[in-house]
Design a protein around this ligand. Structure first.
Ligand SMILES: C[S@@+](CC[C@H](N)C(=O)[O-])C[C@H]1O[C@@H](n2cnc3c(N)ncnc32)[C@H](O)[C@@H]1O
Length: 210
Protein backbone atom coordinates (compact mmCIF):
# COMPACT_ATOMS: atom_id res chain seq x y z
CA UNK A 1 0.00 0.00 0.00
CA UNK A 2 1.22 3.53 -0.84
CA UNK A 3 2.43 5.43 2.26
CA UNK A 4 0.70 8.78 2.66
CA UNK A 5 2.86 11.83 3.32
CA UNK A 6 1.86 14.04 6.25
CA UNK A 7 2.96 17.24 7.93
CA UNK A 8 5.54 16.78 10.70
CA UNK A 9 3.55 18.04 13.72
CA UNK A 10 -0.12 18.77 14.34
CA UNK A 11 -1.12 21.34 16.95
CA UNK A 12 -3.65 19.54 19.20
CA UNK A 13 -4.85 22.90 20.58
CA UNK A 14 -5.91 24.26 17.20
CA UNK A 15 -9.65 24.73 16.75
CA UNK A 16 -9.99 22.08 14.07
CA UNK A 17 -8.73 19.44 16.53
CA UNK A 18 -11.01 20.43 19.42
CA UNK A 19 -13.71 17.97 18.42
CA UNK A 20 -14.91 14.77 20.05
CA UNK A 21 -13.68 11.40 18.85
CA UNK A 22 -16.46 9.45 17.10
CA UNK A 23 -16.87 6.39 19.31
CA UNK A 24 -17.66 2.99 17.81
CA UNK A 25 -19.76 0.13 19.09
CA UNK A 26 -16.97 -1.98 20.59
CA UNK A 27 -18.85 -5.23 20.01
CA UNK A 28 -18.85 -4.43 16.28
CA UNK A 29 -15.13 -3.57 16.35
CA UNK A 30 -13.59 -6.47 18.27
CA UNK A 31 -14.42 -10.15 18.00
CA UNK A 32 -14.17 -10.35 21.80
CA UNK A 33 -14.63 -6.85 23.30
CA UNK A 34 -14.12 -8.18 26.86
CA UNK A 35 -10.50 -9.19 26.26
CA UNK A 36 -7.81 -7.05 27.94
CA UNK A 37 -7.05 -3.90 25.96
CA UNK A 38 -3.77 -2.20 25.05
CA UNK A 39 -4.22 1.51 24.26
CA UNK A 40 -1.45 3.13 22.18
CA UNK A 41 -1.68 6.93 22.11
CA UNK A 42 -0.24 8.82 19.15
CA UNK A 43 0.14 5.58 17.20
CA UNK A 44 0.92 7.29 13.83
CA UNK A 45 0.76 4.59 11.12
CA UNK A 46 -0.02 2.01 13.82
CA UNK A 47 2.61 -0.54 12.81
CA UNK A 48 3.56 -1.28 16.44
CA UNK A 49 0.08 -2.41 17.49
CA UNK A 50 -0.49 -4.14 14.16
CA UNK A 51 2.48 -6.42 14.84
CA UNK A 52 1.48 -6.77 18.51
CA UNK A 53 -2.07 -7.75 17.50
CA UNK A 54 -0.70 -10.55 15.34
CA UNK A 55 1.45 -11.82 18.24
CA UNK A 56 -1.30 -11.51 20.86
CA UNK A 57 -4.74 -12.55 19.64
CA UNK A 58 -5.80 -12.77 23.33
CA UNK A 59 -5.41 -8.96 23.66
CA UNK A 60 -7.34 -6.18 21.91
CA UNK A 61 -5.33 -3.22 20.61
CA UNK A 62 -6.54 0.33 20.08
CA UNK A 63 -4.49 3.14 18.54
CA UNK A 64 -5.52 6.79 18.74
CA UNK A 65 -3.96 9.19 16.24
CA UNK A 66 -4.76 12.83 15.53
CA UNK A 67 -3.80 12.64 11.82
CA UNK A 68 -6.78 11.09 10.11
CA UNK A 69 -4.95 10.13 6.91
CA UNK A 70 -2.62 7.90 8.94
CA UNK A 71 -5.59 6.21 10.60
CA UNK A 72 -7.16 5.47 7.21
CA UNK A 73 -3.91 3.84 6.10
CA UNK A 74 -3.68 1.85 9.37
CA UNK A 75 -7.28 0.62 9.09
CA UNK A 76 -6.66 -0.51 5.52
CA UNK A 77 -3.69 -2.62 6.69
CA UNK A 78 -5.81 -4.02 9.54
CA UNK A 79 -8.57 -4.96 7.07
CA UNK A 80 -6.11 -6.52 4.62
CA UNK A 81 -4.87 -8.79 7.42
CA UNK A 82 -8.41 -9.42 8.72
CA UNK A 83 -7.34 -8.79 12.32
CA UNK A 84 -10.33 -8.80 14.68
CA UNK A 85 -8.41 -7.62 17.77
CA UNK A 86 -7.13 -4.33 16.37
CA UNK A 87 -8.71 -0.91 15.82
CA UNK A 88 -7.62 2.68 15.23
CA UNK A 89 -9.51 5.86 16.02
CA UNK A 90 -8.80 9.26 14.50
CA UNK A 91 -8.85 12.03 17.09
CA UNK A 92 -7.23 14.19 19.70
CA UNK A 93 -6.74 12.16 22.88
CA UNK A 94 -6.27 15.33 24.94
CA UNK A 95 -9.75 16.46 23.99
CA UNK A 96 -11.71 13.19 24.17
CA UNK A 97 -10.01 10.90 26.71
CA UNK A 98 -12.86 10.81 29.21
CA UNK A 99 -15.56 10.02 26.66
CA UNK A 100 -13.40 7.35 25.07
CA UNK A 101 -12.41 5.72 28.36
CA UNK A 102 -15.98 5.76 29.67
CA UNK A 103 -17.22 4.05 26.49
CA UNK A 104 -14.87 1.04 26.87
CA UNK A 105 -16.09 -2.26 28.31
CA UNK A 106 -15.56 -2.10 32.10
CA UNK A 107 -12.19 -3.18 33.48
CA UNK A 108 -10.47 -4.06 30.21
CA UNK A 109 -7.71 -1.45 30.08
CA UNK A 110 -4.49 -3.33 30.84
CA UNK A 111 -1.75 -1.38 29.02
CA UNK A 112 -1.23 2.24 28.02
CA UNK A 113 1.69 3.27 25.84
CA UNK A 114 2.89 6.76 24.92
CA UNK A 115 5.90 6.32 22.67
CA UNK A 116 7.97 9.13 21.19
CA UNK A 117 5.27 11.80 21.52
CA UNK A 118 5.87 15.00 19.53
CA UNK A 119 8.47 16.90 21.63
CA UNK A 120 7.34 20.53 21.08
CA UNK A 121 10.73 21.96 22.07
CA UNK A 122 9.79 25.63 22.54
CA UNK A 123 8.64 26.61 26.05
CA UNK A 124 5.62 28.42 24.64
CA UNK A 125 4.48 25.13 23.03
CA UNK A 126 4.77 22.88 26.10
CA UNK A 127 0.97 22.79 26.47
CA UNK A 128 0.82 21.00 23.11
CA UNK A 129 2.68 17.98 24.51
CA UNK A 130 0.44 14.97 24.83
CA UNK A 131 1.13 13.70 28.33
CA UNK A 132 -0.45 16.41 30.48
CA UNK A 133 -1.36 15.71 34.15
CA UNK A 134 -5.09 15.89 33.44
CA UNK A 135 -4.83 13.21 30.75
CA UNK A 136 -2.75 10.98 33.03
CA UNK A 137 -5.35 11.22 35.82
CA UNK A 138 -8.11 10.14 33.43
CA UNK A 139 -6.09 7.28 31.98
CA UNK A 140 -4.98 5.96 35.36
CA UNK A 141 -8.53 6.04 36.69
CA UNK A 142 -9.54 3.53 34.00
CA UNK A 143 -6.33 1.47 34.02
CA UNK A 144 -6.89 -1.95 35.66
CA UNK A 145 -5.13 -2.89 38.90
CA UNK A 146 -1.59 -4.08 38.02
CA UNK A 147 -2.04 -2.49 34.58
CA UNK A 148 1.06 -1.11 32.86
CA UNK A 149 1.71 2.49 31.73
CA UNK A 150 4.81 2.62 29.51
CA UNK A 151 6.52 5.71 28.11
CA UNK A 152 9.54 6.19 25.90
CA UNK A 153 11.24 9.05 24.10
CA UNK A 154 14.57 9.91 22.53
CA UNK A 155 14.27 13.47 23.90
CA UNK A 156 15.54 13.46 27.49
CA UNK A 157 13.69 16.65 28.45
CA UNK A 158 10.37 15.16 27.31
CA UNK A 159 11.06 11.78 28.92
CA UNK A 160 11.90 13.45 32.25
CA UNK A 161 8.71 15.53 32.11
CA UNK A 162 6.53 12.49 31.34
CA UNK A 163 8.18 10.44 34.09
CA UNK A 164 7.78 13.28 36.56
CA UNK A 165 4.07 13.70 35.78
CA UNK A 166 3.49 9.94 36.12
CA UNK A 167 5.38 9.83 39.43
CA UNK A 168 3.01 12.47 40.76
CA UNK A 169 0.05 10.16 40.28
CA UNK A 170 -0.52 8.37 43.63
CA UNK A 171 -1.82 5.16 42.01
CA UNK A 172 1.24 4.51 39.86
CA UNK A 173 4.44 2.78 40.96
CA UNK A 174 7.65 3.14 38.94
CA UNK A 175 9.05 -0.35 38.30
CA UNK A 176 12.72 0.64 37.77
CA UNK A 177 14.35 3.72 39.25
CA UNK A 178 16.76 4.12 36.33
CA UNK A 179 15.75 4.44 32.69
CA UNK A 180 14.92 0.96 31.37
CA UNK A 181 17.40 -0.42 28.83
CA UNK A 182 14.69 -2.12 26.80
CA UNK A 183 11.01 -1.98 26.05
CA UNK A 184 8.73 -4.53 27.79
CA UNK A 185 7.25 -5.31 24.36
CA UNK A 186 8.59 -7.70 21.71
CA UNK A 187 7.87 -5.19 18.93
CA UNK A 188 9.54 -1.80 18.41
CA UNK A 189 7.63 1.24 17.14
CA UNK A 190 8.56 2.87 13.83
CA UNK A 191 10.20 5.78 15.60
CA UNK A 192 12.00 3.44 18.00
CA UNK A 193 13.48 1.49 15.07
CA UNK A 194 14.66 4.76 13.49
CA UNK A 195 16.35 5.92 16.70
CA UNK A 196 17.95 2.54 17.35
CA UNK A 197 19.28 2.42 13.77
CA UNK A 198 21.00 5.77 14.36
CA UNK A 199 22.54 4.37 17.57
CA UNK A 200 20.92 7.09 19.67
CA UNK A 201 19.71 6.81 23.27
CA UNK A 202 16.12 6.05 24.27
CA UNK A 203 14.69 6.94 27.69
CA UNK A 204 12.06 4.48 28.88
CA UNK A 205 10.02 4.06 32.06
CA UNK A 206 7.41 1.51 33.08
CA UNK A 207 4.78 2.18 35.74
CA UNK A 208 2.25 -0.19 37.28
CA UNK A 209 -1.08 0.67 38.83
CA UNK A 210 -1.30 -0.27 42.52
C1 LIG B 1 6.53 11.24 16.79
S1 LIG B 1 5.08 10.37 16.43
C2 LIG B 1 5.40 8.78 17.20
C3 LIG B 1 4.59 7.69 16.58
C4 LIG B 1 4.71 6.30 17.20
N1 LIG B 1 4.21 6.30 18.57
C5 LIG B 1 6.10 5.77 17.15
O1 LIG B 1 6.71 5.63 18.22
O2 LIG B 1 6.58 5.46 16.05
C6 LIG B 1 3.83 11.06 17.54
C7 LIG B 1 2.43 10.84 17.02
O3 LIG B 1 1.47 11.34 17.95
C8 LIG B 1 0.41 11.96 17.24
N2 LIG B 1 -0.29 12.90 18.16
C9 LIG B 1 0.20 14.07 18.63
N3 LIG B 1 -0.68 14.65 19.48
C10 LIG B 1 -1.76 13.82 19.53
C11 LIG B 1 -3.00 13.89 20.24
N4 LIG B 1 -3.27 14.90 21.06
N5 LIG B 1 -3.88 12.87 20.08
C12 LIG B 1 -3.59 11.82 19.25
N6 LIG B 1 -2.43 11.71 18.55
C13 LIG B 1 -1.52 12.70 18.69
C14 LIG B 1 1.11 12.64 16.09
O4 LIG B 1 0.27 12.98 15.03
C15 LIG B 1 2.16 11.58 15.72
O5 LIG B 1 1.68 10.67 14.75
Amino acid sequence: MKRVRVRQHVNPLSKQHLVSIALPDWSAVYQNPKQPLHLDLGCARGRFILQMAKLHPEINFLGVEIRETLVKEALQSRNDLQLTNLHYLPGNINYSANELLFSLPVGVLGWITVQFPDPWFKNKHIKRRMLQRELIDSLVEYLSKDGIFFIQSDVLKVAIEMKHHLQENPYLRLLNQDWSASSPFAIATEREIGVLNKGELIYRATFQKQ
